[in-house]
Design a protein around this ligand. Structure first.
Ligand code: SF4
Length: 737
């Protein structure tokens, strides 16, 4: 499509959708974005683009785009000028704090927030209003990855980069359907296998998927038993003396957690569960419970396959990269399973060198940039935590607020925040770029809370969703390239994008909505920027938090010039492999590796036991329910279901069943099945012999379709360390509908 003069201009941006962070070129004709192609100059994707990215500009132009602000008056939503809506929000914040205290107002954002969005939200709520009630939906998708890094290395975010793909000889995907969730990275893996001809891909999962079909070997385990298999791999590595002793002696210490805290019933924020030093011999004794034969009984994975996996990791001639995402993150022992995969890489010394990488991927485009780095979680500050006096003082200085404004105590993590709303401890919640009325686990419980009297819900959105349905005020938001911003992807890469096309109607960026409300609340001094400069000014202010070689960020000018820049950015150079002295300038000289998250520069190898899921099938509810995504749709589908080609390709959700289970209840492909858990039920079509085949006793349901709210069935138990819920494991029963 071209304008009257036949001209399309192309401008760089990161893709709007997944955490891979592909660089794209957006084709613009007149004031309309008309096309997307992969950016050949971006090292993430080297010109590749998946089906979601390729069609992404159509998400800007759905017919029912929200263009005007709306306020609920006498039970009905009425369009109003956006300035009136912003006045109402500011008045409500003031009134709520005056009546119920500062912790009665809350902000709930997203890993799809741009970095400036998250930064100003944190500054307004934590710095100016004085409440730590800031959370983001990334709590639901990657907080176990954070606590995994913190407990193993004392510092967050991956050591590797996507270039590991071209260096590795072996890939193990741990519960991660990369073929659909990270298709561009998966294509790079397949291309590397084709080119080098000696690459092995192992898919280790609880169901077969397109990833298993393309892998050299698919190994299935029973839900939650990845803990036992990971320990058995370590047992085998030690038994065969495949340990890299030089690395282990110089760069690791051994630990166990003292306490065995329950499934997220307690509300605490320790990032380590009371660690205790142990010796290597004690660790070896702990592993006696995880011989391959014992792990086979727990996991269903044959001892032979466990030994094979161990031999791949243990082979000193092979470089191994492990990839994972939601299968390990959304796990009531999410922190522990990350520790165990790090153990494998630490015992073999296969870490922080090209091709040797334990690699935690992310789902959202800026879960790393906006949530982990800006710190939009209740316990966090930009590059710091509220519990640390030095971090609070730095935030107060940069934000120009009294240090006493910044509360040293975290308040509520996401699940607890919605419980506080239900109880009435929170009365006002502002939700931006996320759709919790689809995504909260055990959804009925939290929807009831939102709908109670005296709750005031503000939603900034681009399309109507089940969350805008419960709003008292809806603010029309710009999306993606209708605003300037930055995203931070899973390999520590920050990518800038310009405002390329105008947003429709009264739409306004989430950042600017927050600034407008902040000024109405009297914080002009803290939010002084003008509309034509605010993103650059915010970035440079935010960068003050990262002044140091371990985390330094590139200047605004550099970000504008390149299709993404990896941090730490030191002396004009990006860092690709952290903790490796050859590549990372923050390492102490004189040693090959420096895990500088800890004072002694050592990473921790953890003794973590196997534990079953919080809810397992029994006689009454005899199936496992696993939920997740499909390649065509982005999360709850609010954008991709408005892209005709994607909607037509995958018009409705389904329950994926094993053919024998389907025969047992008498359904054939396409017939309806009622899925019932202790919390709710959904009726949907069966998919038999489709993209994947779950093992007997397991069903899988994608969550993109708001017509089938599968999270009414899921369980709201969470990892007690990370507070991330487990969307992958609960018990259901099935009936032919
Ligand atoms: Fe976008 Fe992810 Fe697809 Fe890349 S892989 S084009 S970032 S959705």
């Amino acid at each position: 499509q071209e304008d009257a003069s036949g001209k399309i201009t192309w401008q760089k941006a990161p893709c709007r959708f997944c955490g891979t962070g592909c660089g794209v070129l957006v084709g613009v004709s007149g004031d309309r974005a008309v096309a997307v192609k992969g950016d050949p100059n971006c090292s993430v994707n080297k010109g590749l683009c998946c089906v979601k990215g390729f069609h992404s500009v159509q998400a800007l132009y759905g017919k029912d785009r929200i263009k005007k602000a709306q306020i609920r008056k006498n039970g009905k939503m009425v369009e109003v000028p956006i300035s009136e809506a912003l006045d109402v929000i500011a008045d409500k914040v003031k009134e709520t704090i005056a009546k119920h205290g500062k912790d009665s107002v809350a902000m709930y954002g997203s890993g799809q927030w741009t970095i400036p969005d998250g930064y100003v939200a944190s500054k307004l709520f934590k710095g100016c209003l004085g409440t730590n009630n800031v959370e983001a939906n990334a709590r639901l998708c990657m907080s176990s990855a954070v606590t995994g890094f913190m407990t193993s290395f004392g510092i967050d975010e991956p050591m590797g980069c996507y270039e590991d793909i071209e260096h590795a000889d072996v890939f193990v995907t741990w519960g991660n359907n990369m073929a659909e969730m990270h298709p561009v990275l998966f294509s790079r893996m397949l291309a590397s296998r084709k080119r080098k001809n000696n690459v092995t891909i192992i898919d280790f999962a609880t169901r077969t998927t397109r990833t298993s079909q393309a892998a050299d070997k698919s190994i299935l385990f029973k839900p939650s038993t990845d803990l036992a298999v990971a320990n058995a791999i370590c047992y085998e590595i030690i038994r065969n003396n495949w340990v890299n002793w030089d690395f282990v002696n110089k760069h690791t210490t051994f630990h166990k957690g003292k306490t065995n805290i329950g499934y997220g019933t307690e509300d605490h924020f320790s990032f380590t569960d009371a660690p205790e030093n142990i010796t290597f011999e004690e660790y070896k004794t702990f592993l006696q419970d995880y011989t391959p034969e014992k792990a086979e009984k727990i996991s269903g994975v044959s001892a032979k396959d466990i030994k094979y996996l161990a031999s791949l990791y243990g082979d000193p001639t092979k470089k191994v990269t492990s990839f994972w995402c939601m299968g390990m993150n959304q796990h009531v022992r999410g922190t522990w399973i990350q520790n165990l995969v790090y153990n494998i890489h630490l015992l073999t010394g296969k870490i922080s060198t090209p091709g040797n990488s334990p690699f935690s991927l992310t789902g959202q485009p800026s879960a790393c940039g906006t949530v982990r780095e800006v710190g939009t979680l209740t316990h966090a500050l930009p590059h710091g935590v509220v519990t640390n006096e030095h971090d609070r003082e730095m935030a107060a200085r940069i934000w120009d607020v009294p240090v006493t404004n910044i509360d040293p105590k975290p308040t509520y993590h996401t699940v607890e925040m919605f419980r506080a709303l239900d109880r009435g401890d929170i009365k006002f919640m502002w939700i931006q770029v996320t759709n919790p009325m689809i995504t909260m686990p055990n959804l009925n419980r939290y929807r009831n809370g939102v709908l109670k009297d005296e709750r005031f819900i503000v939603v900034s959105e681009v399309y109507p969703t089940p969350t805008t349905d419960v709003a008292d005020v809806i603010l029309p938001a710009t999306m993606w390239i209708e605003q300037e911003g930055m995203f931070g992807n899973a390999e520590r890469r920050t990518a800038h994008f310009d405002r390329i096309v105008p947003g429709p109607g009264d739409t306004m960026s989430d950042t600017w909505q927050l600034i407008e409300v902040a000024r109405r609340l009297g914080f002009q001094k803290q939010f002084p920027w003008s509309e034509d400069e605010y993103i650059g000014k915010i970035w440079e202010e935010y960068r003050l938090f990262h002044d140091g070689p371990k985390h330094n960020m590139a200047p605004y000018k550099v970000l504008r010039e390149r299709p993404g820049v990896q941090w730490p950015f030191v002396n004009g150079k990006e860092t690709r492999w952290r903790f490796n002295t050859q590549h990372d300038p923050a390492c102490k000289p004189g040693t090959e590796f420096d895990f500088y998250g800890r004072k002694d520069g050592k990473a921790w190898i953890w003794a973590r036991p196997y534990e079953p899921a919080a809810e397992s099938p029994d006689n009454e509810y005899n199936f496992w329910l696993n939920t997740g995504r499909v390649i065509e749709h982005w999360h709850t589908g609010s954008m991709t279901r408005r892209i005709p080609v994607l909607h037509n390709a995958m018009p409705e959700s389904y329950v994926e069943m094993n053919p024998e289970d389907a025969a047992d209840i008498g359904v054939v492909n396409g017939e309806k099945v009622k899925i019932i858990s202790r919390r709710g039920s959904v009726t949907m079509k069966a998919s038999i012999n489709g993209r994947g085949v779950p093992p007997r006793g397991t069903v899988f349901v994608p969550f993109f379709d708001e017509s089938y709210k599968i999270n009414e069935l899921t369980l709201d138990a969470f990892c007690p360390i990370s507070k991330q819920p487990d969307y992958k494991k609960c018990a259901v029963r099935l009936e032919k509908a």
